[in-house]
Design a protein around this ligand. Sequence first.
Ligand SMILES: *Cc1c(COP(=O)(O)O)cnc(C)c1O
Length: 362
Amino acid sequence: MATERVFNFAAGPSVLPESALRTAASEMMNYRGSGMSVMEMSHRSSTFQEIFDSTKAKLKSVLSVPDSHEILFLQGGASLQFSMVPLNLMGENGAADYAVTGHFAEAAAKEAAKYGEVNIAASSADKNHTYIPAQSELKLTPGAKYFYYCANNTIYGTEWNYVPEVGCPLVCDMSSDILSRPVDVSKYAVIFAGAQKNMAPAGLTVVIIDKSIAGNELPITPLMLSYKRMIDKDSMYNTPPCYNIYMLGLVLDWIIGRGGVEAMQKLRDERSSMLYDFLDGSSIFRGCAEPAARSGMNVTFRAATPELEAEFIRESAAAGFVNLKGHRSVGGMRASIYNAMPVEGVEKLVEFMKDFEVKHHA
Ligand SMILES: *Cc1c(COP(=O)(O)O)cnc(C)c1O
């Protein structure tokens, strides 16, 4: 049993800033003199409306969301967006381009194929998703209703380091790297992200949508999955995930206090280069992703043998570095180093890995 907080390298749900957790704890029983917890509050109350509005305003400011775009706080996880995107954007007999660079992009493409024609504009499956296709390799379909890609491939540890130029509305799953670097939101028709990687506890999905693209959903679209409906009702057609929205507000306070997304990007570069530099010089570990495609958020790596990997996962967990096991579909190891992972956590992990290497080097 851990008596102190561990360094939690989980891919999601994942580590949250301590200051956000502390504030939530101190406000748990009585939120700012309301006499109740945010968990117990009507979503139609003025106290909650203030939380909602200020969280949205903070996110708008942190990501420089232009007035052309609306921020939605929805449920259903990132995975429900795999359906919501085509239902709203595909149109009757429409076609869309998908870049398949990992598990979640593939799942999104499969789901979209139920509603229209899906063209695989690029795939990295030929090299087990260890790279990101170049702009020149994208096979764009004339007349495509949108182009879809996943900015950071959480399982494979790769990340797009460019924004595709596609000549049609751009849709992006940013679940595992939103708020870790500046984004030009104006380039996107839809950005979505499940909150549980880099924003808040599980249960909230953030959608940032160009308002002009909403309102063309297929007739079969459930009301709950209509972007237009949710825009018109400011995400309150039904009960929104109130407590998660509050938590997102606290996480945004922390990000703003540290200097915004530019500061997050600096920290992310510091953390990830420390790990990759170590892996590149290691005699028993090696990184999985091609260097040009390396993720700043999910560092995937292997050890020389499966036995050594099992030993590493066991010993690291005992030393307080938990959840370093890779996704069950790919094996190996993965260190998820989201915004809230302290630089110190990675420093200590690298020290631990150096010691492990000395101990186990044949
Ligand atoms: C985790 C993840 C998902 C799935 O998120 P859910 O909220 O569990 O549906 C989708 N895309 C990416 C990139 C992810 O990291």
